[in-house]
Design a protein around this ligand. Structure first.
Ligand code: CP3
Length: 346
């Protein structure tokens, strides 16, 4: 086995390691004072994402503090609707606001023709990160998965249960399927271009996969993800792809088998023992500390961390949270987490 390879890539190759590599979803963000300082220089969040100087700097910030085994490109999943021509805004205290698309006629505003031009600054950020991150650190590129991106495009904002998107998908699967096809096209091309510029792994975030019924999960989560994985592997068969069908429950198994991903992120609702027995033999698992435990800190947090390390120690595992780190998280708790993981197995 190639022990010179980055720890993160070894885990994704299926190796079981004495200590797992680790990173945190949303590791660059508002819980860090140095992030808030740079963020305040930019009124518009999308402009911030499209400014390579700033995006490179905030990607590097958490690496300097905690020595994570992977860097994740700083961007957002909603750059794809923006690049397709939909009106997308991030409002202070409100989150994303989009001019909704709710019918086949509305899809006329979208075009894949300018995606690469529009996202050129993101590719530049990836290229610069590939050169600037420490040599033992892996670089993760990412995109939103079609279903989750579609929920924002159709609802026009975040929501708890995505009623308009789910109803459209049942009422007019052909029409809704056209939107998903546009997203498959744009997302595949976007991820392939990130890899071309130096991303070593790509992750697809399907944050709202868990609101779907079994049949709808098959059609709008598994099928489009499988198609994106197929297109990436056609060009880059060796590059690992990770999925995050958050909230999928036992359907994680189907997801792994049918999409052919190399790794999955587990949400914190997933029992470690069940996942170790049923999922870890199929691919590398990543997760799944409750992000609230990281806010709370203390002995219970440490116990949760150790239970996850122990529970996944017989197979390939990447330590992470079960969902993104929250702005309320004390940076010293992340410090403690990193000490526990780096000391594990030694
Ligand atoms: O460090 C990293 O993980 C990389 C950066 C990253 C961001 N968003 C930056 C961001 C990543 C991987 C994302 C993914 C993302 N964005 C997802 C999927 C993962 C998840 O957390 O569920 C989703 C659903 C979004 C959409 C999104 N972006 C929302 C709903 C919001 C508003 C909520 C919030 O936290 O403010 C964002 C904004 C956003 N994306 C911020 C960051 C750091 C905060 C904006 C700010 O700094 O003002």
């Amino acid at each position: 086995m190639d022990t010179k390879q980055k720890l993160f890539l070894r885990a994704l190759n299926g190796e079981s390691l004495s200590r797992p590599p680790f990173w945190l979803m949303r590791q660059a963000g508002r819980y860090l004072p140095e992030y808030r300082k740079i963020r305040s220089q930019s009124k518009n969040f999308l402009e911030f994402c499209y400014t390579p100087d700033l995006a490179v700097e905030v990607t590097l910030q958490p690496l300097r503090r905690y020595g994570f085994d992977a860097a994740i490109l700083f961007s957002d999943i909603l750059v794809i609707p923006d690049a397709l021509g939909q009106k997308v805004e991030f409002r202070e205290g409100e989150g994303p606001v989009l001019e909704p698309v709710r019918s086949v006629a509305d899809l006329a505003v979208l075009t894949v023709d300018h995606v690469h031009d529009h996202l050129a600054p993101v590719y530049e950020t990836v290229g610069r990160l590939a050169k600037e991150i420490p040599e033992e650190t892996a670089l993760i590129g990412f995109a939103g998965a079609p279903w989750t991106v579609a929920t924002y495009m159709v609802e026009g904002k975040g929501s708890k249960d995505y009623p308009i998107a789910r109803t459209w998908a049942y009422r007019d699967p052909e029409g809704f399927g056209q939107l998903i096809r546009i997203l498959v096209e744009a997302t595949s091309a976007y991820l392939i271009r990130q890899i071309e510029n130096g991303a070593e792994i790509v992750q697809l975030f399907d944050t709202w996969a868990g609101v779907l019924s079994e049949s709808q999960f098959q059609r709008w989560v598994i099928e489009p993800t499988a198609e994106i994985v197929r297109r990436i592997k056609q060009v880059y068969p060796e590059v690992p792809v990770m999925g995050f069908p958050r909230g999928a429950g036992i359907l994680y198994k189907d997801f792994i088998e049918k999409t052919c991903v190399n790794g999955v992120s587990l949400d914190n609702g997933m029992p470690v023992k069940w996942a170790a027995e049923n999922l870890q033999p199929l691919c590398t698992v990543q997760g799944n500390l409750d992000n609230m435990a990281l806010i709370a800190g203390g002995e219970l947090m440490e116990k949760e961390i150790r239970a996850i390390l122990e529970g996944f120690s017989d197979g390939s595992h990447i330590f992470n949270l079960g969902h993104g780190i929250l702005p309320e998280t004390p940076p010293e708790n992340v410090q403690r987490l990193s000490e526990i993981i780096k000391g594990w197995g030694s």
